[in-house]
Ligand binder design. Sequence first.
Ligand code: G3P
Ligand code: CA
Length: 351
Amino acid sequence: MPTFIFNCLLVLYGLMGMPRLVAAEPLVIAHRGASGYLPEHTLESKVLAFAQGADFIEQDVVMTRDDHLVVIHDLTLERTTDVAALFPGRARADGSYYVIDFTLEELRQLAVSEGRRQDGQAAYPQRFPVGTSRFGVHTLEEELELIRGLEQSTGRRVGIYPELKSPWFHHQHGKDLASAVLRVLRDHGYRSAADAVFLQSFDHAELRRVHDELLPALGLDLPLVQLIAENEWRESYERGADGEWRPADHTWMRSAEGLRLLATVVDGVGPAFAMLLTDPLATTAHSNDFVRLAHDAGLLVHPYTFRRESAQLPPFADSLGTLLQYFLFDVGVDGVFTDFPDLAVQARNTR
Ligand code: G3P
Ligand code: CA
């Protein structure tokens, strides 16, 4: 990978016999694109992320009723689209409009905009105005083709960082999201770490299935990343021997033993950045031993999500730049998920 930022060394790391990917410098991962500037997961936000120098661009992936893979964060459509106006009557009993209930042709009729809160107001009032421009829903394949095109026209490589969004939910609906995503990645030339790709999910059972069954069956060797949530966020569910789906536990993933166990399946972990601090209220800049334990286990650490809005900054940080410099240089993470790739590149360049 000659021109690739990754400029990474693929190093065989002794611990637990796992290969570990060590980058020359911490990675800037564009969270849902340059989503601080343009509506998340639009092709426009991906182009801007590329132009701002992101090393990797994230794709959250959900499946449609007719089995297409679309790039969207939520399982539901109402936060970021005009679905309620276009398809009244298509909400489920809980009031939500699910991607999985719509065909791709229907989704293409929607206008995508900045996220709204439940009261309809902009979630981030300083960002791109809600509802003033017409952006669209696109497929994973369309985004990968866009990225290939940008790479060819600029001569600069950028990595991709797809997330299997709630595979457990897709299984509940008889859909195999992981297999479909892996086939698209393979068909677009993403086969191993050398192809600049990480595959992430909060769903540990599914990552284990990907590692143990799907990757070998497809002849792939993709680096995997376990996302770590607080249990109360209900990010993933697991099916018990009795066939019942129950919320999955994530607390074990933060211990030394848990991290060593994770390293038998994945190459990295993606915790919320607050999980790396001693004080859950983040009033002071003191990190705990998470990064050291993860590194000892041979795992990369890519925390999420760094945003510049003051409500998103911990009390000890007066700006996103300060916060990023602290995590990049003091805490020692291997990469950051951020809505503001330009500011992360800038922070990284301060040293
Ligand atoms: O995937 C890393 C980060 O994006 C996890 O949070 O909810 O934005 O997908 P979320
Ligand atoms: Ca994500």
